[in-house]
Design a protein around this ligand. Structure first.
Ligand code: CUA
Length: 362
């Protein structure tokens, strides 16, 4: 088994599924190789036995007994069905969501992977999971079709735009493994990979508490993040993404970022300010208030603005809401009332992915 694994250039298995998948893989390849060998042997034998000889210029008709033919056919069909049953069962297993599994949202985009965790944090270019705990990945794509492939876990699943696909696994060995994109998606497809860091329970606790253990720090440093963003400044990354989302969903056609009031309140300096509502109450503008206003725009409307904003309930994913909030927060120190230039964001905040600038062919 190990020999076959090495012949196929597969890394040692590191998930609970890997062994079964390898066994089936080996079984199918082994049986096929045996069959091919048998066919080759028979060919050689017939070539020798029925070679051209002097005498009459033909060979008499050669036939196999009917039962023998049926037997071979039936055996092959049964073999295929067996493979299918085993394979389908494994497919069901990597599709199944275990109760209490850790759910992580995976977003593929040209050309990087992003991961959003249930507690609200996110990473780009590397994924952190605990050992011996079921994990469910919810995959989607922001542009074209990608495919999330972790050879060591023997799992692969397409990430499709505007759809969620699921794959689950349970890592059985601590370490850092490579995840790759397995669907051609453009210039830097071959470099669209991420590290999957599997942590022992104590290390994982440490990561949850906000101190990255050594393997995470290494993955962070080596994270592949194309398109001008970096993974280690989560605040900035999230805010930049928030700006893109705000543009995409049309928020910016009513909310300015330069301090001028428009259809809705300007976002410049909004975060942390105290606003007077329609009913005379005041609120402090914080993440909660902003989130509520996206979902129920008229629940607490700022005085002086009309009820024109649509709800974004069901439109925005959880991490997108977080990103927009982060963007608004990043504008907190911008002048509130007067017209000024756009506050400075990171230079690559444009909506164009940077075309694989560093990956461009010479
Ligand atoms: Cu993404 Cu190939």
């Amino acid at each position: 088994m190990d020999l076959l694994r090495k012949l196929l250039f597969l890394p040692p298995g590191a998930s609970q599924m890997a062994r079964d998948i390898d066994l089936l893989h080996g079984f199918v390849i082994g049986v096929s190789a045996l069959g091919a060998f048998g066919v080759a042997l028979a060919t050689v034998r017939f070539v020798v036995k029925y070679r051209h000889r002097s005498g009459p210029g033909y060979t008499e008709h050669v036939g196999a007994p009917r039962g023998f033919e049926l037997g071979i056919g039936g055996f092959l069909v049964a073999l295929f069905i067996l493979w299918w049953v085993l394979g389908y069962r494994q497919y069901g297993e990597i599709q199944a969501k275990a109760d209490g599994a850790l759910e992580i949202y995976v977003t593929g985009k040209q050309w990087m992977w992003k991961f959003a965790y249930p507690d609200g944090r996110s990473t780009a270019g590397y994924l952190v999971v605990p050992r011996n705990e079921p994990v469910v990945l919810q995959l989607t794509s922001r542009d074209v079709i990608h495919s999330f492939f972790v050879p060591a876990f023997r799992i692969k699943r397409d990430a499709l735009p505007s759809r969620y696909t699921t794959i689950s696994f349970e890592a059985t060995r601590s370490g850092t493994y490579r995840a790759m994109c397995a669907e051609y998606c453009g210039t830097s497809h071959s470099r669209m990979w991420a590290d999957v860091v599997v942590l022992s329970p104590p290390d994982y606790e440490q990561w949850l508490e906000g101190e990255p253990p050594a393997p995470v720090a290494r993955a962070q440093a080596g994270a592949v993040v194309r398109g001008g963003r970096t993974g280690d400044e989560d605040g900035a990354t999230l805010a930049e993404r928030g700006r893109e989302i705000a543009a995409q969903y049309g928020c910016l056609s009513c909310h300015t970022t330069d301090g001028q009031q428009h259809v809705g309140p300007t976002w410049a300096g909004l975060y942390g300010s105290h606003e007077t509502l329609d009913d005379g109450q005041t609120v402090e503008v914080d993440a909660d208030y902003i989130t509520e206003s996206m979902m129920r725009p008229n629940a607490k409307r700022v005085r002086g603005f009309d009820a024109l904003m649509p709800t974004y309930q069901g439109e925005l994913e959880g991490d997108e809401v977080a990103a927009v909030v982060a963007f608004i927060r990043s504008l907190r120190d911008a002048p509130h009332e007067s017209a000024v230039e756009l506050p400075e964001l990171a230079p690559a905040a444009g909506t164009q992915p940077d075309g694989g600038g560093e990956g461009g062919a010479p």
